[in-house]
Design a protein around this ligand. Structure first.
Ligand code: SF4
Length: 755
């Protein structure tokens, strides 16, 4: 297959081999040190346990220091990642020194940003925010955060805005990547967050990987799959993806559906499972409730609903043959333990919540649940989207620990725990991400604090929302001065990153881990927590935001959690310093943490129950009847192809960090449009041609790569490169339940520039 032509082919191929599947190979040929030997590092004087800054795998690492600088990174042998890290993690040592670090606050004056003191910058922000609130009400203010802030930072911002300023306009980039997973879990189990754990990767017999590319995006997890597969001939790996990704190449079965039709596949698999008697009848009878979304229905209604989704009825629209659907349905149901894994390919869809419902449903109706290796599992993208944002309730419709702003009891509980007057927390959900940037564009939100994220590059239809940010009094806390978001700032605040500050990351399997402060930030840069604490003080909320250091905030937060089924009161800083993380629930300081939820071992399971879905009043998990609806973007004569976006091995998200690290930049090269050779031939496009990609939302130009990974009719581009900015052309439709945008399906036209 043809791949991107790298600047340095052999180096990139080596990084690929070592970074994905090859981690296992690396172990066989002398371990990860093979790569480390290729990337010379200075000898460290001291080593400290920490956590990788990048993805939601949340690898435990050892950070080597010399002369106050990070000089080396190794995987931590006792971590859940068992010493394995990917190429991005191995290059963390260059992160603090990336070019363009901000060292002083800046204030825009006459269109230009000029250096200012912290006193001037924070004084101006407090004054303008107070003015806006007094003139236009609290909902004219907003906070837009990140799954990359530490938990203590998200918790404090959420508390300040919801219980202090009086607005629920608190949202963040997890809305763009995993809101559908959170909504899916909450509807099914009554509680968010995965029931299983990474440990299940070591035990499954069938892996059903859908809308995920762990070879590139979560390499240590896929390495675990491959390692287990190498030990057992019974193991089968199924990959569902419109692209033949490296994950698909290393799978036993690859289904390549038409983008946007994936619910047809899940419903058809359920139909086969039900009609062929592959359900676990005892589990269904005792632990499942069926629902059409409004009312409880019975199993017969579920069976009737599925009759519209026989493999033969869906195969043509889905683009997958009926016999293949039957085959994977059998493998899924009949294996000794099936683990389904998914991420943005499922979440970033207008039917993202429904898809999440159905992925959970397949594991439930087949009884593939609660045993080692048998679990549904949504893989997450950011290092702290789970712990920092989902758990703290730092989204516009949420309050901490799974509470909802629309629920009067939940508001009252939070008001009591936070010591504010009854009625302080607004009953109105705030603006979710897309609505928030639209409100900025409309002038309804007039002041916004954006921390640790780059919506200027990552929002779909981004040019539209750049205008919104420019119109607003936008405060941006950033590590560099030239990100797309920083360009819109009225006030730019220099932020400390990663081990320049202390805090807790909560990765994708409910595991909290501590990142210690190991080095000083550059110049006057400081932690986002210290910015929030001082802003609160200046706005008159010093009493509300009493906890001022990371440890103080963490203690307040863990005590808060004790009033919920998320209880992690037993996870103290001292324990986190000593251990490579703990998984919640973890109610006491002698509790070992919980690997699997809703089964014995989970402290909330009642009596001697084998399964207890305690998030729902009747103790049952809900299986929904979810009808397939076509994606809003359909191919037409004007826009005959689908654009889909994603990530590559060497780069992370918008590239603010990884595209400034030379080795990773060279390895990935500039982002390009990947086009199936059959489409290229039809469109008279050759490798390296400049092409123009146009949707109803915008136009982007970039170079073409001929690559048979995308199925015919599908164009792929990664979003790490600020020169390509593919999100200019991405549609901003969103899931009506989760409000997560549909990055994966945009109808586009493709033409050679100047043709
Ligand atoms: S980027 Fe993700 S997979 Fe790679 S080392 Fe960091 S946490 Fe692990």
């Amino acid at each position: 297959m043809t791949r991107v032509v790298p600047n340095d082919f052999s180096r990139r191929e080596f990084l690929w081999a070592m970074g994905g599947l090859g981690a296992a190979t690396a172990a066989a040929f002398g371990g990860w040190g093979v790569l480390e030997a290729m990337i010379p590092a200075a000898t460290a004087d001291e080593w400290h346990k920490a956590v990788c800054r990048f993805c939601g795998t949340g690898c435990t690492i050892n950070v080597g220091l010399r002369d106050g600088k990070v000089v080396d990174i190794r995987g931590h042998e006792d971590g859940h990642n068992k010493g394995v890290i990917c190429v991005k993690g191995s290059m963390l040592r260059s992160l603090p020194q990336i070019e363009g670090r901000l060292t002083k606050p800046q204030i825009r004056s006459n269109g230009k940003l000029k250096e200012a003191s912290w006193d001037e910058a924070l004084g101006l922000i407090a004054e303008r925010f107070k003015e806006i609130r007094n003139q236009h009400g609290p909902d004219a203010l907003a906070f837009y955060g990140s799954g990359q802030l530490y938990t203590e930072e998200s918790y404090t911002a959420n508390k300040l805005f919801k219980a202090g300023l009086g607005t629920n306009n608190v949202d963040g980039n997890p809305r763009l990547c995993m809101a559908s997973a959170a909504a899916g879990y909450t509807q099914v189990y009554g509680k968010d967050e995965p029931p299983g754990a990474y440990e299940d990767l070591d035990h499954a017999e069938c892996y059903f990987i859908m809308g995920a590319n762990p070879y590139e995006c979560h390499p240590p997890l896929f390495e675990r799959v491959m390692r287990h597969k190498a030990r057992s001939r019974r193991v089968v790996v199924i990959c569902v993806d419109p692209r033949r990704t490296p994950t698909a190449e290393h799978s036993d079965i690859h289904l390549q559906p038409v983008p946007g039709t994936d619910l047809l596949l899940l419903n058809a698999m359920a139909q086969v499972i039900v009609e062929e008697g592959l359900t676990d009848d005892d589990f269904v009878r005792e632990h499942i409730r069926f629902s059409d979304g409004q009312n409880t229905v019975d199993f017969a209604a579920f069976r009737e609903f599925l009759k519209d989704y026989t493999p033969e009825k869906v195969e043509s629209e889905l683009g997958v043959a009926a016999n293949e659907i039957r085959r994977v349905a059998y493998l899924f149901a009949r294996s000794r333990a099936t683990m389904s894994l998914w991420t943005m390919g499922i979440n970033q869809r207008t039917q993202g919540t429904f898809l999440n419902n159905m992925l959970n449903a397949l594991n439930l109706i087949t009884g593939q649940f609660g045993r080692p290796g048998a679990t549904p599992f949504s893989v997450t993208g950011q290092p702290n989207a789970c712990g920092g944002v989902r758990d703290t309730g730092s989204l516009a419709h949420l309050l901490p620990n799974g509470r909802a702003v629309t629920n009067p009891e939940h508001r009252a509980e939070c008001e009591k725990l936070w010591g504010v007057k009854p009625g302080t927390i607004s009953a109105r959900p705030g603006y979710h991400a897309v609505a928030l940037f639209r409100a900025m564009e409309a002038g309804d939100v007039k002041g916004a604090l954006i921390m640790c994220t780059n919506p200027g590059a990552t929002m779909p239809s981004r040019e539209r929302y750049m205008r919104g940010m420019e119109k607003c009094f936008t405060v941006v806390s950033e590590i560099v001065g030239d990100s797309e978001t920083a360009k819109t700032a009225s006030v730019l605040l220099p932020a400390a990153l990663w081990c320049e500050k202390e805090g807790v990351f909560g990765q994708g399997e409910r595991r909290y881990q501590l990142v210690p402060k190991l080095i000083d930030p550059p110049g006057e840069a400081r932690s986002d927590l210290s910015m929030l604490v001082e802003l609160a003080e200046r706005m008159g909320y010093g009493e509300l935001i009493k906890a001022k250091t990371p440890n103080e905030v963490w203690d307040e937060w863990r005590h808060f959690s004790a009033h919920s089924k998320y209880n992690f009161e037993g996870i103290t800083y001292d324990r986190l310093k000593a251990l490579p993380g703990l998984q919640w629930p973890c109610p006491t300081e002698d509790h070992p943490g919980t690997v699997r939820r809703f089964v014995p071992g989970d402290p909330f399971v009642r009596g001697d129950k084998k399964f207890d879905f305690y998030g729902n009043k009747d103790g049952r998990a809900v299986v929904f009847l979810r009808p397939y609806v076509k994606a809003p973007e359909q191919c037409t004569e004007e826009f005959p192809m689908y654009l889909t976006t994603g990530r590559v091995l060497e780069q992370w998200h918008s590239g603010t960090m990884t595209y400034r690290i030379d080795e990773l930049k060279q390895a990935a090269g500039p982002a390009r449009f990947h086009l199936n050779p059959a489409d290229a031939y039809r469109l008279r496009i050759a490798e390296g041609d400049d092409i123009e990609v146009t949707s109803a939302f915008g136009t982007v130009r970039g170079k073409a790569v001929l690559d048979d990974a995308p199925r015919e009719g599908v164009l792929f581009a990664a979003f790490y490169d600020a020169k390509l900015l593919v999100n200019n052309a991405v549609a901003d439709w969103f899931d009506p339940t989760s409000k997560e945008p549909e990055y994966k399906v945009t109808a586009v036209s493709v033409a050679k520039v100047g043709a």
